[in-house]
Design a protein around this ligand. Structure first.
Ligand code: KG4
Ligand code: ZN
Length: 335
């Protein structure tokens, strides 16, 4: 496989990218329907699905043109498409489109696990990653620590037992009357707030590597109802400090238990300033390399799906046309 078209439609981003075997990104196009969801305070699955149907064709066309390929008969060797986990109505659009393109252009396709895609994102920015690697994957839908022995060789060490970190940010932002998605705004407000203004619990402080954020969200609601005088910036800073403390404690335990060469951050919440600083401090303390993704690589994109596809074609081969979308496909089920 030398040139792969990646397609990603698991949530609200419609994305297509062209990546070659050296992991050079020739194009990466992302359209989001986020503006349609803002008024609802979260992604509305039906609206997301409808938006993908309207957008997928133009997005794939742009990705091919920007890579210098003929959009009617592109010189690609394969297609990699997210087939789970995600919103079923969104996944079906990308998967069906990929099957159609594969048939029309006579190329194979492979279904990719979206979370495995996130794990490949650091490779697109730094092809000489050293293994083993601990990756903290934090997004609106997932929060997990993954031990990677090499590309595609992953073991989930811990994950959230309730809300994802980004989901907690979005819910607290909604409670505070901020916009959606709430993560960037809370992060911004937190920079000038007092993190000791509210006493919030740091959940799951044992040695277990699982996370929990729903209790923290409830604690923010209770504390702000009781202390109405506390400024919103101070609430944001207190919440952000509690999230970072939980996540960094888990990461520290994982580093103590597993000898690794580096730590990587992935997912939308990898944009968070407290996490970026905390992870980079931890990496220095443990003497390991720290891989902080650019903002473009934090969020959902199709280049990471194409990168995972290049690996999966080599190790598992192509999918067939009966491949179904798997909305709850766990990373631990990928083989
Ligand atoms: O990975 P992503 O783009 O979408 C998926 O969930 O797959 O992540 C979006 C999430 C949202 O919950 C958003 O609030 C959060 O990432 N987020 C942040 C920051 N930027 C985005 N959370 C905390 N701090 C940020 N700077
Ligand atoms: Zn994602």
């Amino acid at each position: 496989m030398s040139v792969v078209l990646g397609i990603e439609t698991s949530c609200d981003e419609t994305a297509a990218a062209v990546v070659d075997q050296d992991l050079h990104v020739h194009s990466s196009v992302i359209e989001s329907s986020i503006d349609q969801h803002r008024a609802f305070g979260g992604v509305v699955p039906e609206l997301a699905g409808r938006a993908h149907v309207a957008t997928i064709g133009p997005v794939v066309r742009r990705a091919l043109l920007e890579a210098g390929l003929d959009p009617h008969a592109p010189a690609i060797d394969a297609i990699a498409v997210t087939s789970g986990p995600g919103l079923i109505g969104s996944l079906l659009v990308g998967l069906s489109a990929a099957k159609g393109y594969a048939l029309a252009w006579g190329v194979p396709f492979v279904g990719i696990n979206h979370l495995e895609g996130h794990l490949f994102a650091p490779l697109l920015e730094q092809s000489d990653l050293e293994w083993p690697l601990l990756t903290l994957l934090v997004s609106g839908g997932h929060t997990m620590i993954v031990l990677q022995k090499g590309p595609g060789e992953h073991e989930v060490l811990g994950e959230t037992i309730d809300d994802a970190a980004g989901e907690a940010y979005d819910k607290v932002a909604r409670w505070l009357g901020l916009g959606y998605p709430g993560g960037p705004e809370i992060d911004h407000l937190a920079q000038s707030g007092d993190p000791s203004a509210l006493r919030l619990p740091v959940s799951m402080t044992g040695t277990d590597l699982d996370f929990s954020f729903s209790g923290l969200k409830t604690a923010v609601v209770r504390a702000t109802e009781k202390h109405t005088e506390v400024e919103v910036g101070d609430v944001a800073a207190s919440f952000q400090a509690a999230v970072a403390e939980q996540v960094l404690r888990k990461l520290r335990t994982a580093l103590e238990r597993h000898e690794v060469r580096g730590i990587a951050l992935a997912g939308g919440v990898a944009a968070n300033s407290a996490l970026r600083k905390g992870v980079s401090d931890l990496a220095s303390e443990f003497g390991v390399i720290c891989h902080l993704p650019s903002m473009a690589m934090c969020t959902d994109n199709a280049a990471m799906i194409a990168a995972a596809g290049l690996h999966r074609f080599r190790t598992s081969g192509a999918s067939d046309l009966t491949l179904a979308a798997r909305p709850n496909w766990q990373l631990s089920e990928v083989s």
